[in-house]
Write a protein that binds this ligand. Structure first.
Ligand code: GLN
Length: 558
């Protein structure tokens, strides 16, 4: 038996690992909503009084998604402790209201990297380093690491069963179930029931095959979630149960719904949480479920009283997942304000090289303008024109990260008259309003971020405190002297321009506690023009909404 098996097993026997483990895999096709299913299981268990942790294991070979294009991979979600993770961690946080940690996301690349680093260091004492046990041990170590008093640990396995790079993960969770005991493990598998019009029926064969692939890896699913456009019949349910070694009650339909926040209650109505608890023999340990916060969201969904249009001027407009948390935060703010938020995507580049009238025309439909985060020069001049339009026409403006930097550049150019104001990210030949701080303090240590540093890992990442100036819009919005928000950027606004900006009614209303880094900028003589160096969207939930987004939508509503 390999070392980790012994450790995991003995920890369990000694009562050190108290948790029940739920593994969520997906089959047939991707994009069926495994992340939402995992988050929903978590939410339902949480509603019954249990403490839940959710983790994502992605088989791909990037070390983390930090350097992956949002076009391909969707948004990079940032945790409080500064990990760049998969966007599913955003769902986990929005559904559970619990901040995920660095230790809740791992990729195949990181697993192999860890093992190979140990191999180079000589940690394996000359042994032949192999997929089994060394890679599988590393995966199992991740699954059981950094746990405290959680009742349940839900692990979502990225990809689709049958993917070659995912095989080693299936092997690892198979072993893990043996290590900690099958009674402490639950395998949930999400598949698709396609509706074939000509036959007039839902087809169960792809699901049968998918379960078979799992079986080949030594895993018998305990619950199958069948994504479907319509309710399945009893006959279909029984057929799936028969072919997949399941009880009919463990065949659960996952109906297509028009909103993701309806999914937890829909799963509950299908009996999912009950089946999970039944499997673990824990029904009697569950508290009387409290779904009130989900019911409240459902009610809010049903009763919007109006509609507002937010123009998002960005450069990944083709792919909604690239701005996942942002979409959700706007949606939450709409719920809180009882309005439907319609998003009009405006490709920043279409605002370049055109007349002011055309810019106004393109933005005229928007009741409010939002410039989100972004990297690289493409589209920047278009974003600058959008900020200028919002400033001059007193249209509510919310700038996020790059959206703050471009607002600062625009104001510097147009209001302060610094014609060559820019960010050194885009050109070295400029008056740098935005620049790399080659040194700054973190945990009391000077950090060096050079111009030529590695692209991955040189960012200011994760939660940082921000002091808010009294009497400002920011202070009114947050109702606090100090806040904490999450960052993901390399460049900073140069604080030495603060006084020049102030002379023109532009206030740095939020700063790092040492006063060195501008964090929030706002225009005094404007109904709502505010921009932050951070990403507030990561912390918004459907239950509350985020203060900054709520007040933006409230201003737009006016
Ligand atoms: N590109 C900018 C920077 O690196 C902004 C990043 C962002 O918007 N997340 O500082």
């Amino acid at each position: 038996m390999s070392s980790i098996q012994t450790t995991v097993l003995s920890n369990y026997v000694n009562g050190k690992i108290m948790q029940k483990f739920i593994f969520v895999t997906g089959g047939v096709v991707s994009s069926l909503g495994k992340g939402i299913a995992s988050a929903s299981i978590g939410a339902l268990l949480q509603a019954r009084g249990f403490k839940v942790r959710i983790r994502k294991l992605d088989p791909y070979l990037n070390i983390d998604p930090g350097t992956m294009s949002p076009h391909q991979h969707g948004e990079v979600f940032v945790t409080e402790d500064g990990a760049e993770t998969d966007l599913d961690l955003g769902h986990y946080e929005r559904f559970l209201g619990v901040h995920p940690h660095k230790t809740d996301s791992i990729s195949g690349g990181r697993i192999y990297y860890n093992v190979l680093t140990k191999e180079r260091r000589g940690d394996y004492l000359g042994a032949t380093v192999q997929s089994i046990p060394h890679i599988t041990d590393e995966i199992k170590r991740f699954i059981s690491s950094d746990l405290t008093d959680e009742d349940f640990v839900i692990c979502e396995i990225g990809g689709t069963v049958g993917d070659i790079e995912g095989l080693i993960f299936l092997e690892a969770i198979r072993q893990f179930a043996n290590d900690v005991g099958r009674e402490n493990t639950l395998f949930v598998h999400l598949t698709l029931l396609p509706y074939i019009k000509a036959a007039g029926e839902l087809k169960t064969k792809p699901s049968q095959h998918s379960i078979k692939i799992l079986l080949e890896a030594g895993i018998q699913a305990d619950i199958i979630l069948c994504r479907s456009a319509m309710m399945m019949s009893d006959a279909e349910r029984e057929k799936i149960a028969l072919f997949c070694n399941l009880r009919p009650e463990d065949v659960i339909v996952a109906l297509n719904l028009d909103n993701i926040y309806k999914i937890p209650l829909a799963y509950h109505k299908e009996g999912l949480d009950e089946r999970v608890l039944y499997h673990f023999g824990m029904l009697d340990k569950a508290k009387v479920p409290d779904y009130s916060k989900w019911e409240k969201v459902e009610k809010a969904l049903a009763s919007p009283k109006g509609e507002v249009t937010i123009g998002i001027v960005g450069k990944y407009c083709g792919l909604q997942d690239a701005y996942k948390s942002l979409n959700e935060a706007l949606f939450h703010a709409g719920l809180a304000n009882q309005v439907k938020v319609k998003i009009k995507w405006i490709e920043a580049e279409t605002l370049e090289g055109v007349s002011d009238e055309e810019v106004a025309e393109k933005l005229s439909e928007a009741d409010g303008i939002l410039v989100p985060g972004g990297f690289g020069y493409r589209g920047v001049e278009g974003k600058i024109r959008a900020a200028k339009y919002a400033r001059e026409n007193k249209v509510p403006y919310l700038g996020i990260c790059l959206g703050m930097q471009i607002a600062a550049i625009e104001i510097a150019r147009d209001v302060l008259g610094i014609k060559d104001a820019n960010s050194t990210e885009f050109t070295k030949d400029c008056t740098p309003i935005i620049a790399l701080m080659s040194e700054w303090e973190q945990d009391g240590k000077k950090q060096i971020r050079g111009e030529n540093a590695n692209k991955g890992g040189t960012l200011r990442l994760g939660a940082y405190p921000c002091k808010i100036k009294a009497g400002t819009l920011a202070h009114k919005i947050y109702g606090a002297d100090e806040i904490s928000e999450r960052h993901r950027h390399r460049y900073e606004m140069d604080i030495r321009f603060e006084d020049d900006f102030a002379k023109h009614g532009v206030v740095i209303s939020g700063k790092s506690p040492d006063g060195v880094l501008p964090e929030i900028l706002e225009i005094t003589d404007h109904p709502f023009f505010i921009a932050g160096q951070f990403h507030p969207e990561f912390k918004s939930t459907p239950f509350e909404g985020h203060k900054l987004f709520k007040s933006f939508i409230a201003a737009v509503k006016k």
